[in-house]
Design a protein around this ligand. Sequence first.
Ligand SMILES: [Zn+2]
Length: 215
Amino acid sequence: MIQQRPPGILYSKISNHLSYKKTESYDEAQTNTLVTHYRGILEGLGEDADREGLVKTPERVAKAMQYITAGYEMDAHAILESAKFHESYSEMVIVKDIELYSLCEHHMLPFFGKAHVAYIPNGFITGLSKIARVVDCYARRLQVQERMTHQILDAIQETLNPLGVAVVIEAQHLCMMMRGVSKQNSVTTTSAFSGEFENHVTRSEFLRLITAKLS
Ligand SMILES: [Zn+2]
């Protein structure tokens, strides 16, 4: 079978075990195509693509970009289903300060920051690391921060059917920081809420908890 968009990283499920083995693999045909284009980009920028420091750059960039966009091959629903457990716990579950690295689809420059995710279980919980994996799944694509925020929320809502989900993302965009009027310290915050988090008391409690510093 020919893969439409081969990933930089494959997560293969280990049998009888709910964990994943990480294997780096790059599709040769895709790498070669990207190498040709990145060489063209270097020349288009007025560089000598054959000078020592740049000889291997197209290949490095090709592999880096395949890794950075491997989220297209990840399935957030499958990640959550792989560790979905019956549980009567029905208090808010919060995973905060999840590191996030993505690429703005308008400039193909990185944006990076933190995601804070919460849900209120309704009979099912998932592994905490799976929440971070879901963030990764959507971050490792060409993205806009607003869409990613909703995609994370939807994946959790649809898979675990909790009483509510909350997602807050704070990120700095290099396309804002490096270009034009450099805004070095601006942070963009996006949020999405469903179910009980639409209630302002629950939402305020979540926002208080993610901003609280543990002493
Ligand atoms: Zn941008």
